[in-house]
Design a binder for this molecule. Structure first.
Ligand code: ADP
Length: 397
């Protein structure tokens, strides 16, 4: 049994996975850590949700352990049944190109990466420390990084054209994120196509509130749209994606913004929400556009144009393309977005099966026509399962 933890600064998502069948026994979410505290917990037997104080991540852990082991919704009789814990860690920088067993040295190394991901890594580290206190020291804790899969990106694709010393001094470069998702769907694609990834050139599109697109050549990430932080790349729910960097200094001067205010503007007030003035949520945008809202339509046009541009440019970068994968809340559930993203790409060998695409929501499906040179698939992502698989392997279970 493996417990998978995905911690944010005030929240903690968990899944308990039975690795014999790779099935989820329980999953839940602790929210408002540091504030009032709220937990929701779901198993085959039912769901419960209630408020309880969570001053820190530690109390949240204690509560989820209580729910897993006692009461009506218990799925195990004691914590000893949990053989390892896998933690999602956002930033592993250049230190980690694969998942790793957590030790004191690893924790110190992760602290050094926190500067590069101040919103995420401290929460991940806090959760690991809390878990280490709650669990017996013999239970392996494994860190699985969003960035690790992208460590194979070659230097000419990850380096920004700034003075080289700044890369050496601050490690400013493209890191890329959503690595576990891109890796999961590409592994699954190889199974579905019955073709080894080592023989394929693939573009994976993870489209959710945060979105990133990755070029995978021979099973290795060779480029990805997110960069130094998850702000770069295509336009997202509230993030602006890549823009001319001069806009940043120009706006700061014109509007008298501090770095923090500018950062907030680009991360929280931009993207589809900023362009449309309607919402960051794809469903709201589609509804508003359908009712004639021009800016909601514009936000969707931007999204679709950028998707085509990325797919085309990554095919060019790799010198070919065998498959495209759509995943994430939008990629899995929006046939309209997928159709628009593939529109006009017939010249590259993508011939959509419109009926198969229209019928596919949230399930694995091939959405290109028989004979399409480039196969296009919808593959629901499962980052937790990949974290659990890595944890099992790294822990030697
Ligand atoms: P996160 O990045 O927070 O994990 P998700 O992967 O859950 O986000 O994706 C959330 C996005 O998916 C939202 O924009 C939401 O509107 C969109 N989405 C979910 N279901 C649908 C649907 N049926 N049609 C279109 N978009 C959808």
């Amino acid at each position: 049994m493996i417990l998978v933890i995905n911690a944010g600064s005030s929240s903690l998502k968990y899944q308990l996975i039975d690795m014999k069948k790779e099935s989820v026994l329980a999953k839940g979410l602790c929210e408002r850590i540091g504030l009032t505290g709220n937990i929701s917990h779901k198993t085959d037997k039912g769901v419960t949700e209630y408020e309880t104080p969570f001053p820190t991540h530690m109390e949240a852990f204690q509560e989820l352990v209580k729910l897993l082991t006692t009461g009506d919704l218990a799925v195990i009789s004691s914590m000893e049944e949990i053989s390892a814990v896998g933690h999602r860690v956002v930033q592993g920088a250049e230190l980690y190109n694969s998942s790793v067993l957590v030790s004191d040295d690893v924790l110190s190394a992760l602290e050094t990466c926190s500067e590069l991901a101040p919103l995420h890594n401290p929460a991940n580290i806090m959760a690991i420390r809390a878990c280490m206190e709650v669990f017996d020291p013999s239970v392996p804790q494994v860190a699985v990084f969003d960035t690790a899969f992208h460590q194979s990106i070659p230097k000419h694709a990850y380096l920004y054209s700034l003075p080289y010393e700044l890369y050496e001094k601050y490690k400013i470069r493209r890191y890329g994120f959503h690595g576990t998702s891109h890796r999961y769907v590409s592994d699954r694609l190889a199974q579905l196509m019955d073709c080894p990834l080592s023989k394929m050139k693939v573009v994976t599109c993870h489209l959710g509130n945060g979105s990133s697109i990755t070029a995978i050549d021979g099973g290795k990430s060779v480029d990805t749209s997110m960069g130094f932080t998850p702000l770069a790349g295509i336009t997202m729910g509230t993030r602006c994606g890549s823009i001319d960097p001069s806009v940043v200094t120009y706006l700061m001067e014109k509007e008298g913004l501090t770095p923090k205010q500018m950062d907030d503007l680009m991360n929280k007030k931009s993207g589809y929400a900023g362009v449309s003035g309607v919402s960051s949520d794809q469903r709201d945008l589609m509804q508003a556009a359908g009712e004639g809202n021009k800016r909601a339509k514009l936000a969707l046009d931007i999204q679709q144009y950028q998707l085509r541009k990325y797919i085309g440019s990554y095919a060019a970068a790799m010198g070919g393309l065998d498959a495209v994968v759509f995943t994430g809340g939008i990629g899995e559930n929006s046939p309209e977005t997928r159709e628009a993203a593939c529109k006009g790409l017939e010249f590259m060998g993508i011939t959509l099966d419109r009926a198969a695409n229209a019928a596919c929501r949230g399930v694995e499906a091939l959405i290109t026509a028989p004979g399409s040179k480039v196969q296009t698939w919808v593959i629901p992502t499962n980052e937790e399962l990949l974290i659990a698989r890595d944890t099992k392997e790294v822990a030697g279970l």
